[in-house]
Design a protein around this ligand. Structure first.
Ligand code: ZN
Length: 679
């Protein structure tokens, strides 16, 4: 099949060299620095002041483009060269953003525009952008003087280095481990997993199957391997990654973590906050640290009874198999057995029904029915043979573009994410359309068959696509509030978790499933089993998320900052109170908790649960009005997806629902209250 060429100006991934990227980024940084150095005082006229704001947006747009390409390559094609270029630019980039955030004349220029009599006549997006910029100036220490200002700059620079180190250690520790397996050790694994592990062996010139710590491999072993010792070995290798408990202590993140916590606390203090959690909450939807704490503890109360029942069931099936004391490396394995027993459902039986091309095609037709948009694959230069490029059309007009890069491979960071490196923006050359990447670590294709996804992977794909739509369906032209920009972090997971609901519905499952060989869609018994099993262990899963969220919040509200021992004690204490699953003393989960040490989720991991309330409650309206109701879809698009950071998250939600969010739908969607929707 030949594809038409991309209509948007896409990055030339086949030609870009690291040297060029480096030059472009250095150029962007020096342009920015020169501009702010020349701005000594607030310009006299409002026109000139507005020109300054416009220029700042233009500079940000250039930076976002070249840095977005480099950091993407550093994340998905990581090697010594990308890493070296990335590392070499990090200090000056961080320095530039600190200078920008602390630039007094620039801050005053924004303030002047804000205070001018014209302000009220500006478009809403522009007003919001200016208000958010003023908030962010304060949060980046514009009011600091002398030594404090200098110290803030040092802290920022060091923190950006540390989070990059943290992430690299996790990647290196993950890649450093592999284990050739005997035939005996493969017992219990389905054929498709064995094929995958053999493929990993071939990539290392080995004849044996090889277990790695990449997610598809790790999960296959934990779910299916009958060999309990092997599961324990993998569990230990995985949960001690980047720690003092690991074989490779050179990747130990313990000192990195301690320094990050200490610097964050110091920074929060400098800015007048009692602790980093308060600083983090200053730009979020949740009103206070206490409100978040209370929300999580209350949710835990709802989850506790279901979770206790779930762990009893798990213990029973383990005991029936001769395991009297269930260990952490047993829980996934017996959960799978239990699922098969309770629902006659195995992940493996489902996989042939979710070949990637069908799932993707189904996803596109779902968003077409919901929002009236078309997705078309187009030809564009790519960085890897697994990547694809698509464009989004609305009534024949291209409104955005995106890349998929879905499969796990060596040199790619773990997890799944959307990254919007080019935003919608009004430029001198006309309207710039948004483009983003959506990256996953799904089970790669084995042999020449298309990749078969687990249902969990299907859910993840929909999740990331929700983020992507948020980025691409924006109707805001101002870079700092377009798409996900300027949206409160704890509301950002609304569109993503919202999309997940379409992986749990009869009608949409029919669109995304088709047996790889027979081409039949999901048969009635499997469909029923899948839907019945939806709430399987939802209590335990919720408690696990709450454990992570409370841990994150606790270590960031502790002042003075905790050392590694105290961090461990905090985690143990939270597990003691909230977890129903066993753990072991050597577990160093925190050492690879990249979300909070290398991502943007510090004192913000609760955002997933916070936004899930919003997503559930939004979907509740679709349940009443029809999940493919294009009118409801249109309203959701207009109220939530289109507005970016133009409207406060709560206002946007209220516009869609006609009232403030309620937790009831979430409890129902976890299977904890009556499943038939009332009214
Ligand atoms: Zn997400």
């Amino acid at each position: 099949m030949t594809l038409e060429k991309a209509t948007l100006p896409v990055p030339q991934f086949d030609q870009i060299t690291l040297d060029q990227l480096k030059t472009n980024i250095q150029q962007s940084i020096s342009n920015g620095q020169q501009f702010i150095q020349e701005l000594q005082r607030v310009p006299d006229s409002i026109q000139e002041q507005l020109k300054v704001l416009e220029q700042i947006d233009t500079l940000e747009n250039q930076m976002s483009e070249s840095w977005g390409v480099l950091s993407h390559l550093n994340a998905v094609m990581n090697n010594t060269e990308t890493r070296e270029v990335y590392q070499s630019l990090l200090p000056s980039l961080s320095e530039y953003y600190t200078q920008l955030g602390q630039h007094t004349a620039l801050y005053q220029t924004y303030q002047h525009v804000h205070d001018s009599s014209l302000f009220e006549s500006f478009p809403a997006a522009q007003q919001s952008a200016i208000k958010l910029a003023l908030r962010d100036f304060k949060l980046s220490g514009v009011a600091l003087e002398g030594a404090d200002k200098e110290r803030y700059a040092q802290i920022s620079a060091r923190l950006s280095q540390l989070s990059s180190d943290f992430s690299n250690h996790v990647l290196d520790a993950t890649q450093a481990y592999f284990k050739p397996l005997t035939e005996q050790q493969l017992k219990g694994l389905p054929e498709s997993s064995i094929e995958l592990l053999k493929q990993y062996g071939q990539q290392r010139d080995l004849e044996q199957a090889v277990a790695t710590l990449d997610i598809p491999s790790y999960l296959a072993i934990m779910t299916y391997a009958d060999d309990r010792e092997l599961r324990e070995e993998l569990y230990k290798a995985y949960t001690t990654r980047a720690s003092d408990q690991s074989q490779q202590t050179e990747f130990d993140n313990t000192p990195v973590m301690e320094e990050i916590l200490s610097l964050r606390q110091e920074m929060a203090k400098l800015l007048g906050f009692d602790n980093y959690a308060e600083y983090s909450l200053a730009s979020k939807m949740a009103p206070s640290v206490q409100a978040v704490d209370q929300f999580l503890v209350e949710l835990a109360e709802h989850a506790r009874q279901p979770a206790l029942k779930e762990i009893e069931d798990l213990k029973t099936i383990a005991a029936e198999n001769g395991v009297t004391e269930i260990q952490p490396w047993d829980s996934t394995y017996y959960s799978e057995k239990l699922k098969v027993q309770q629902f006659n459902l195995s992940q493996e039986a489902l996989k042939p029904y979710f070949p990637t091309p069908k799932v993707i095609q189904g996803l596109f037709s779902i968003v077409n029915r919901l929002y009236g948009i078309q997705v078309i694959e187009r030809e564009a230069p790519l960085w890897h043979k697994d990547a694809h490029y698509y464009e989004l059309e609305d009534q024949g007009i291209v409104i955005g573009g995106f890349y998929f890069d879905l499969y796990a491979r060596s040199g790619k960071r773990g997890g799944a994410w959307m990254s919007g490196f080019r935003s919608r923006m009004q430029t001198n050359d006309g309207l710039q359309k948004p483009i983003c990447y959506m990256v996953g670590n799904f089970t790669p294709p084995v042999g020449d068959q298309p990749a078969l996804l687990t249902h969990d992977e299907v859910v993840t794909l929909f999740h990331e696509f929700g983020h992507g739509l948020h980025h691409m369906l924006t109707e805001v032209d101002n870079i700092s509030v377009a798409g996900t920009h300027g949206v409160a972090w704890d509301a950002v997971e609304l569109p993503s978790q919202f999309m997940e609901f379409w992986t749990w519905d009869n009608e949409s499952l029919a669109l995304i499933s088709e047996h790889i060989e027979t081409k039949e869609s999901l048969p009635a018994d499997l469909l029923k089993a899948l839907l019945d099993a939806r709430f399987f262990q939802s209590g335990m899963q919720t408690l696990r998320q709450i454990e992570f969220a409370l841990f994150d919040l606790s270590i960031h509200k502790a002042a003075p900052a905790l050392n590694a021992k105290q961090v461990q004690a905090t985690l143990n204490d939270i597990r003691q109170k909230f977890s129903v699953l066993p753990t072991v003393p050597y577990n160093r989960f925190q050492n690879s908790f990249s979300h909070i040490f290398a991502g943007g989720y510090a004192a913000g991991y609760y955002s997933y649960k916070w936004a899930e309330v919003l997503a559930s409650d939004a979907f509740d309206r679709f349940e009443s009005e029809g999940i493919f109701n294009i009118e409801t879809g249109k309203e959701f698009r207009q109220a939530i997806l289109a507005v970016g950071g133009k409207d406060a998250a709560l206002d946007a939600f209220v516009r869609f629902r006609g009232r403030e969010p309620k937790i009831d739908a979430l409890l129902r969607h976890q299977g904890w209250t009556n499943p038939t929707k009332s009214a």
